[in-house]
Design a binder for this molecule. Structure first.
Ligand SMILES: Cc1ncc(COP(=O)(O)O)c(C=O)c1O
Length: 391
């Protein structure tokens, strides 16, 4: 049977009407422990010879429904849900490396992932080489005999840099290295990294998968062997598992993922276009604009370009004045919700970083990160244009 449209998949993924008395909404199983019918069944489930649940930290039926849903949407063999995106990121890495190993990762990406990678080096001697990931060959050039992971984040946070999945995955396969892609910004609506040969996909489900700025969660999805090792070993030792109530909320969010993403894509494109023609804007970063440095790669691997835009309004004062003058948009530091949120990096997320270091990573004084919501584009355009008048 041909694959169903993602609009249909998002509504039904993870549902099994033969279970749970036909409940159309998967019930929330709060139980932290599950009973066995006899000792043999207990042994079989404990030894993973029979699928079943026994301890909440290692899964429950609500979490299982979410994991089935995301496996279907990302075309993954297996999935594992976590309490946050960082729990998924740290667990995926810790599942694959030991002291003395080496990782290659983008020099421009979500800052907490970089901080985690630096900490692995300082504390455990697991070194990361940070490369310009917009040139895929840089991964090959930085590979060492002890390299275990190629980390990819595309489009990247906050500068919307693009990495070519196919090339990086091909280099990795030739060298026996595992590829992990953070797909938080694009979501499976816009791109499916596993289809391009990537081994594991990570999400901060706090963002678009949840979609309503009312939960924190993370997802790991991809090759079964790696995901199940993370479940049975890493999660067992380090925890970080998702709560059943949150798993249910993420599942509910996913039902409208396609609808929301379609609108995020449309709104963001209109806004990026307006910004790129506005006299007060120094630069716009949006992979759907033909002027974007990696537009061709984005076009090849993305179906839509997402709701995230970065743009430069000049200096620190202009940045502050701009965010202080929006009325419809909300000044906050997360992203991926139905509401439009924006932040001025130099005075907010990157305020504690020394200016020279910040500039080196491309975070200019007037950089604004905009998470375009699903409001009417007309109202958003008017709000942004009015705020630009004030700088
Ligand atoms: C691209 C990306 N990955 C991962 C994370 C971490 O997610 P969480 O905040 O759920 O731990 C974030 C958070 O902003 C993010 O933007």
């Amino acid at each position: 049977m041909p694959e169903k449209s993602i609009f249909t998949q998002a509504v039904h993924a993870g549902e099994d009407l033969t279970k749970n008395h036909g409940a159309v909404s998967v019930p929330i199983y709060s139980a932290s422990v599950f009973a066995f019918s006899d000792a043999d069944e207990g042994a079989a489930i404990h030894n993973y010879q029979k699928k079943g649940f026994f301890y909440g930290k290692l899964g429950n039926p609500t979490q299982d429904a979410l994991e089935c849903a995301i496996s279907e949407l990302e075309n993954g063999e297996s999935a594992l849900a976590f309490a946050s995106g960082m729990a998924a990121i740290s667990a995926s890495i810790l599942t694959l490396v030991k002291s003395g190993d080496h990782i290659v990762a983008p020099e421009s990406m979500y800052s907490t992932t970089s901080i985690f990678l630096n900490e692995l080096n300082e504390k455990f001697g697991i070194e990361t080489t940070f490369v310009d990931a917009t040139t895929a060959e840089n991964y090959a050039n930085s590979t060492q005999p002890n390299t275990k992971i190629f980390w990819i984040e595309t489009p990247s946070n906050p500068l919307l840099k693009i990495t070519d999945f196919s090339i990086v995955a091909k280099i990795a396969k030739e060298k026996g290295i595992t590829t992990i892609a953070d797909n938080t910004f694009a979501t499976p609506f816009n791109q499916k990294p596993l289809d391009f040969g990537v081994d594991v996909v990570i999400h901060s489900a706090t963002k678009y998968l949840g979609g309503h700025s009312d939960l924190t969660a993370g997802i790991m999805v991809g090759r079964k062997e790696i995901v199940e090792k993370a479940r049975l070993h890493t999660t067992k030792l380090y925890g970080g598992n998702i709560a059943p109530q949150i798993a249910w909320l993420v599942l509910r969010g996913i039902k409208t993922l396609a609808l929301r993403m379609e609108r995020h894509n449309q709104n963001a494109f209109v806004i990026a276009d307006m910004l790129s023609n506005h006299s007060k804007i120094k630069a716009v970063f949006y992979p759907g604009l033909e002027q974007h440095k990696n537009y061709k790669i984005a076009k090849k691997q993305m179906k839509g370009y997402g709701g995230m835009i970065a743009f430069d309004v000049g200096g620190v004062e202009e940045g502050k004045r701009f965010v202080n003058n929006v009325k419809v948009c909300t000044l906050a530091t997360s992203l991926g919700g139905v509401e439009t949120i924006l932040q001025h990096s130099a005075s907010m997320t990157h305020a504690t970083i020394q200016r020279e270091r910040r500039l080196k990573t491309g975070i200019t004084d007037g950089l604004i990160r905009l998470s375009v919501g699903i409001e009417d584009a007309k109202d958003l355009l008017e709000d942004l244009q009015n705020a630009l008048e004030k700088i």
